[in-house]
Design a binder for this molecule. Structure first.
Ligand SMILES: [Zn+2]
Ligand SMILES: [Zn+2]
Length: 261
């Protein structure tokens, strides 16, 4: 799990107030093995799903079946109720965020999906709209990897202030932040905070920072959700990496983009 940060965001911002415009709200989600209900925020738990809405399935070619047949049911990855993780990422009239995926590895998925990863689906809901709930969603007909079947966990939201990776800062600010980190015990507990999270900054420890433009309107997309690899959920993506969902801040109905890091 997350280690004790050697620096706090407050301490960094007091020392370098020029970083304030670079801060982003985030909620780090701490998973704990449990039996969540459909009214709970969860990872790998039951979703509040309308009976009359088709359950998402995937018919893209995957590692197991090069034809992608038969289409396979997706599985719940996360369900977040707004009251458990309030923040600027919520559309005004929605209070549930649901993330599902096809638990198979896809080598050449549509461009907005991450390569060599499960194919994602995102739904925003109003809980009050779901009066007749689907109680027995279908199970996937095939699954490549155990790491793509999250163990059911409840989650506790930890609101934090997240700072960008140093490469995303102007050189002068980057140097001052690096000095500050070095003056402590060398640990960096203030930038691109690790773990399952809503909002915040993505990590870019493998490649240079990348900006995604919304394919529908061109707006610069923001990190919405990070799927982390960890022992509690038994999710493993990439090489013990993160699968990130970027969303358009202008309109939640615009298509998300995913990347694996
Ligand atoms: Zn699939
Ligand atoms: Zn857009």
């Amino acid at each position: 799990m997350t280690s004790t940060p050697s620096l706090t965001a407050d301490a960094v911002l007091a020392e370098i107030p020029e970083l304030v415009p670079y801060t982003r709200d985030a909620v780090v989600l701490h998973p704990e093995r449990a039996e969540p209900g459909f009214r709970d925020s969860s990872i790998g738990g039951p979703l509040l799903w309308p009976r009359d809405e088709p359950w998402p399935e995937c018919s893209l070619p995957d590692e197991t079946d090069p034809e992608g047949v038969p289409a396979t049911a997706m599985v719940p990855v996360a369900q977040i109720y707004r009251h458990d993780a309030p923040g600027p990422w919520w559309p005004a009239d929605r209070d549930v965020l649901q993330v599902l995926w096809c638990p198979n590895e896809h080598w050449d998925p549509p461009a907005r999906q991450a390569d060599a990863a499960p194919v994602l689906e995102v739904r925003w809901r109003r809980a009050a709209d779901v009066t007749d709930r689907l109680t027995t969603p279908p199970s996937p007909s095939r699954c490549d990897e155990d790491g793509y079947l999250p163990q059911a966990c409840t989650i506790t939201g930890d609101p934090v202030t997240d700072l960008p990776f140093r490469e995303e800062l102007p050189a002068e600010l980057r140097a001052r932040l690096e000095d500050l980190v070095r003056a402590g015990d060398g640990g960096d507990g203030v930038t691109r905070l690790a773990g399952w999270k809503l909002g915040g900054w993505p990590t870019w420890h493998l490649t240079h920072p990348r900006v995604f433009a919304c394919r529908d309107c061109g707006t610069e997309m923001a990190l919405l959700f990070t799927v982390a690899s960890d022992d509690e959920t038994e999710v493993v993506v990439g090489r013990w990496g993160d699968l990130r969902i970027f969303a358009c801040p202008a309109d939640h109905a615009h298509a998300f983009q995913a990347d694996l890091h």
